[in-house]
Design a protein around this ligand. Structure first.
Ligand code: 0X9
Ligand code: ZN
Length: 322
């Protein structure tokens, strides 16, 4: 059973109400945050900051976890919010969690791309990937993303960050699933994460996606050199992959990309960012999600929960992983 007890994929309103409930239930430890900009359809993008005495936790190193950059990748939001439930429910029970919340702060943003997710999860356009940008210069009104050309409309949020933006593995075609946008950080979804990271000491981040059972680290394209932190980076990636039994590798070994989240955040801040690609399809039956979280078979009792705990602990003492 998942920490929240859920048995079906959340809709956008469920994420919103669940985060509000957690903040209300754990007022000293969980703080609801509104990211800087609304989505193109006017939705507020929310997150939770989680730490002991969260109101005065501004100096603590941060582990940031995100979901749903890509609309159809529903488990990525579930795993992100379930980690928040787990931390809050098991603080004072699990000594690793107590230590994490004492010495660090965890920030979760389960739905980075709410317009796209709403279209995919609720309005029936299940395979929507990108945001709802209309590329003729207009802004969409609420629900307009669901109109006829919705599937091809939009900017890929995971090609719109500034890291190597303009390079290979991203498209200049507005109808491509990997359209990079007219300029780096042209979209509110990526600017929200940029300003969130800039306002905190984010020393480790995980951006959850589906699918392929991978733990990916920069660089995102083959012609780029290894990061200067390759030894430490690989060590932490490999340790996390030992928990969830995914393959730990450099991102470009999957395929070239530019403009992805951690190819910006790592080179901009030095914090270690990873993409996790979960499972074997974009959104399988919900009954798979508890297995993703807690592990199953050879990873029973480990899974992504254990990988996330390692990531959070790495913020407390990064050198421990080198
Ligand atoms: O293409 C992406 O944005 C990610 N895959 S997904 O199916 N979730 O869209 C993978 C990006 C990982 N980075 C590289 N492959 N360089
Ligand atoms: Zn994705």
């Amino acid at each position: 059973t998942l920490p929240s007890g859920r048995t079906a994929y959340r809709q956008l309103a469920d994420f919103t109400s669940n985060m509000a409930s957690l903040a209300q239930q754990y007022p000293t430890k969980a703080k609801l945050i509104n990211l800087k900009e609304k989505s193109l359809e006017g939705r507020t993008v929310q997150g939770l900051e989680i730490s002991h005495n969260v109101a005065t936790s501004s100096g603590k190193p941060v582990f940031l976890m995100m979901g749903l950059h890509h609309a159809r990748e529903w488990p990525s939001g579930e795993l992100t919010i379930e980690f928040a439930y787990d931390l809050l429910q098991n603080d004072g029970v699990d000594t690793r969690i107590t230590n994490i919340l004492e010495k660090s702060k965890v920030i979760i943003v389960p739905v980075v791309n709410p317009d796209g997710f709403n279209l995919s999860r609720t309005l029936g356009y299940e395979m929507k990937r990108k945001n709802c940008r209309i590329t003729n210069g207009q802004l969409p009104t609420a629900g307009q993303c669901a109109q006829s050309t919705n599937q091809s409309r939009g900017v890929d949020p995971n090609r719109n960050y500034s890291g190597f933006w303009g390079g290979p593995g991203a498209s200049t075609s507005t109808t491509s699933e990997t359209y990079r946008g007219p300029s780096a950080f042209s979209e509110p979804e990526t600017r929200n994460i940029q300003s969130l990271v800039s306002a905190h000491q984010v020393t480790t981040l995980i951006t959850n996606h589906t699918y392929s059972n991978l733990v990916l680290r920069p660089p995102g394209y083959a012609a780029a050199a290894n990061t200067p932190d390759e030894t430490m980076y690989k060590a932490l990636g490999d340790q996390m992959a030992a928990q969830n039994a995914y393959t730990s590798q450099k991102s470009y070994q999957l395929y070239d990309t530019t403009g992805t989240t951690e190819d910006w955040s790592y080179y901009a801040t030095g914090g270690l960012g990873f993409t996790f690609e979960h499972g074997s399809s974009f959104h399988p039956a919900f009954s798979n999600v508890p297995n993703y979280y807690f592990g199953s078979g050879s990873t029973a009792g480990k899974g992504n929960r254990a990988a996330y705990l390692l990531a959070a602990e790495s913020t407390i003492n990064p050198a421990r992983h080198s």
